[in-house]
Design a protein around this ligand. Structure first.
Ligand code: FPP
Ligand code: MG
Length: 296
């Protein structure tokens, strides 16, 4: 089934009708296709489901092209990012071509489906802006961090599940709840992997979030646990290149205060909420379980 999505992605990119776009797009690694898989798992019996999955994957790819420019990131999914191999202008223009093509294709869906997806794109744009602003200074507010995650990452995952349910005439709100909680949980796992994993497994530099200014949940928990000079020490590393010694100090303190375990427990709690929203749907439960166990 996912092959049908890959075929639709190829079709959409070719329909743009410009060789450089096709060539550059073909250099991108495809990723996990989580959003398309959700559409297929929920609405796979609908003829138009693979194309909707492809549309959402193109929007996601466009957002990552722009995100790598915004974050000055040079690696994406184990390969150099387009802003690194070409330049930022090219990455932005490629993103624009993919994004506008996806929007054009979205208008042939029911209004409720199209609105669900386009509202999510507004949310992720706002989420990205929030993320950038929140990275400027240390953010110690966990709720504010989770609100940002919802917008930046979970909104499009929520929209994928909800749009699938709308196509099937199923309970859209239940599936939206599933997607929202899966999405936030997914990003918390991503944040944990930045701390516990290595570059070869991640396909991007490890222990990089804090250097980029991102105060993810384990850092917020660590900030709460530390006092006095140690807290100052943590704050002084914010947005700085971490030496091996300072990186080890952070990891050691995180271990002492169970910051990763606490973050994982929240991801688990949200995953449980997602599962209870779609009780009995074994395939959707399977998606959550593999997401929780993933290593990249
Ligand atoms: C990755 O976050 C970023 C996103 C999931 C959303 C980015 C959204 C935009 C740039 C705005 C929307 C633009 C368009 C064209 C649709 P991250 O930097 O935390 O994760 P990473 O480590 O994978 O880069
Ligand atoms: Mg980024």
């Amino acid at each position: 089934m996912i092959e049908l999505v890959e075929q639709e992605i190829t079709n959409l990119v070719e329909e743009i009708g410009y060789d450089e776009v096709t060539r550059l797009f073909n250099t991108l690694a495809g990723g996990k296709r989580l959003r398309a898989k959700l559409v297929l798992e929920i609405a796979g019996t609908q003829d138009k489901a693979p194309r909707l999955g492809a549309i959402i994957e193109l929007i996601h790819a466009a957002s990552l092209l722009h995100d790598d420019v915004i974050d000055d990131a040079t690696l994406r999914r184990g390969a150099p990012s387009v802003n690194a191999t070409e330049d930022s202008k090219t990455a932005i223009m490629l993103g624009d071509a993919l994004y506008s093509k996806a929007y054009g294709a979205l208008v042939s869906y029911d209004e409720a489906v199209a609105k669900t997806v386009s509202d999510a794109v507004t949310a992720l744009s706002v989420g990205e802006l929030m993320d950038v602003r929140m990275s400027e200074t240390f953010n110690a507010n966990a709720q504010k961090y989770l609100d940002m995650l919802y917008l930046k990452t979970a909104a499009l995952i929520e929209a994928s599940a909800k749009a699938g349910a709308l196509m099937m005439g199923r309970d859209a709100e239940a599936y939206a709840t599933y997607g929202r909680n899966l999405g936030i949980s997914f990003q918390i796992i991503d944040d944990i992997l930045d701390i516990v994993s290595d570059e070869a497994t991640l396909g991007k530099p490890a222990l990089h979030d804090y250097e980029e200014g991102k105060c993810t949940l384990p850092y917020i928990y660590l900030y709460e646990a530390l006092e006095g000079e140690e807290r100052e020490r943590l704050l002084s590393y914010h947005k700085e290149k971490l030496s091996t010694e300072n990186a080890s100090w952070i990891k050691e303190k995180m271990q002492k205060y169970h910051c990763v375990e606490r973050s994982y427990a929240l991801a688990q709690e949200l995953s449980d909420k997602a599962i209870s929203a779609v009780d009995g749907d074994a395939r959707l439960i399977g998606i959550i379980e593999s997401m929780m166990k993933r290593s990249f």
